[in-house]
Design a protein. Structure first.
Length: 448
């Protein structure tokens, strides 16, 4: 996931954008709804009181900014028709209200406008000269200012509250809706759904998208695991039913039959079925341990040729014919690999026993080396397996064509070998040899 797909950065950016939008909207709403103090006409009483002082041309020209005119009235600005210093402004006002003073000087008629704690009045014009004066604002005028400011603050506060609510709704919808989908999908998975409804969440490139993809993968894996568990339970029930039924019959017949020969035959059948049950249970437990990752690797240097030779001797000790049928290619480049000897022997023993069960011909065990891997081959000289059934050979309790089934194996050996090879970091392939028979390849990486 790239850094710009991060959910944290998206949240930060979204919060910043919304905060900016709220502040801007608050400012605009304040301007829209508030009533700014507009200039108002100068009362006749004020004009009458100032007229005697502003009617003489010489007196008018001599008035400079800051000069006390009469009472509380002071000159704020003057504009002459010509000269180097034709514009003069009161220093206390020009710093913060220069633009307003210039705008007021250009007005056609005298008007008054509050600025801060003073009232700006003018322009008064005489013989081409313009003059602005100020006076302190009255209590009523100050109250009007306070009311206007409070109105503006209320509008801004209302805008911020509405904007904050909008931020909360947008962020909540953006975050809560995907979380609700994930919660709903989790409940679907708990009910056994293989494909929970996640809509477009898995396509997102942020953390929620990763979580949705992981949840989808988990749902599929759980569904596959449940299906495999159901199939295994069904297959185990089927496999155990036949020997248990034969054991019950053999036990009943041995109890009812007084003939020692027949009784021995029944007890022999009972012993064989017990052995078969033991084998089935042992294989099931081994497969379960491998499937659940309960087998811990104990890697050590393994001489594969020596391991195969010992395995052939052990099989020949149990059945001399097995030893005669097993042919190890001693001339091959047999490796010494770093692996778990018990798991590797389990793989090869299951493959060899499977070949011994399904053919009476010779079994060849060879090895091939490439720069990347080692391949151990177990080939029989039987009839082979139909191409459409090769992939099913590694399914638990699967048996190929009954015509090849001479000794009715349990059907777990190939599945055990496949899972054990995966634990060792390798894999197993099965194919029909061009010259006849089935050939199973155990492929192990050189780094294993």
């Amino acid at each position: 996931m790239r850094w710009y797909h991060s959910l944290s950065l998206r949240l930060l950016f979204l919060f910043w954008v919304l905060l900016f939008a709220v502040a801007s909207s608050g400012y605009l709403l304040a301007l829209w709804f508030s009533k700014p103090i507009a200039p108002s006409p100068v009362p006749e009483a004020v004009q009458s009181s100032l007229a005697p002082l502003l009617s003489d041309v010489n007196t008018f020209r001599s008035l400079t900014p800051g000069r006390l005119l009469a009472g509380d009235y002071r000159v704020a600005a003057s504009l002459a028709p010509s000269g180097q210093e034709r514009l003069q402004l009161d220093r206390s006002l020009s710093a913060s209200h220069r633009r307003l003073l210039l705008s007021q000087l250009e007005a056609e008629e005298p008007q008054q406008l509050p600025i801060g704690n003073r009232m700006l009045i003018g322009p008064f014009k005489l013989d081409g000269y313009s003059l602005l004066v100020t006076r302190p604002i009255t209590a009523d005028e100050r109250e009007q200012q306070v009311v206007s400011e409070q109105q503006t603050q209320r509008v801004q506060t209302l805008a911020l509250l509405i904007g904050s609510l909008a931020i909360a709704i947008l962020l909540g919808a953006w975050l809560v809706m995907p979380l609700r989908r994930l919660t709903h999908a989790t409940r679907e998975i708990a009910k056994g759904s293989e494909k929970p409804e996640l809509k477009r969440l898995p396509k997102r490139n942020d953390e929620l998208g990763e979580l949705a993809r992981a949840l989808s993968t988990t749902a599929y894996d759980l569904a596959v695991s449940r299906d495999a568990q159901r199939r295994l339970l069904s297959d185990v029930s089927h496999e155990l039913r036949s020997p248990l039924a034969r054991m019950q019959v053999a036990l009943m017949l041995s109890q009812d039959d007084d003939d020692s020969i027949d009784r021995e035959q029944h007890l022999g059948q009972l012993g064989r079925d017990l052995e078969r049950l033991s084998t089935i249970i042992e294989r099931i437990l081994s497969l379960s341990r491998l499937e659940n990752g309960l087998v811990k690797l104990q890697a050590e240097p393994v001489d594969v040729r020596q391991l195969v030779s010992q395995l052939v001797k052990d099989l020949g000790y149990v059945d001399a014919q097995h030893g005669q049928r097993l042919q190890v290619h001693e001339s091959d480049d047999w490796p010494v690999i770093d692996s778990d000897p018990e798991l590797l022997r389990l793989i090869l023993e299951n493959l060899i026993r499977n070949a011994l069960q399904y053919t009476d011909e010779a079994i060849e065990i060879s090895c091939q080396a490439t720069p990347e891997s080692y391949t151990i081959l177990v080939r029989d000289h039987g009839q082979g397996v139909p191409e459409d059934q090769l992939a099913q050979l590694f399914t638990p309790f699967y048996r190929a064509d009954p015509s090849r089934n001479h000794k009715a194996g349990v059907g777990l050996g190939m599945a055990l070998s496949l899972r054990a090879a995966a634990v060792l970091g390798g894999h197993i392939d099965a194919r029909n040899h061009p010259e006849g028979g089935l050939e199973v390849a155990v492929i192990l990486q050189r780094s294993t």
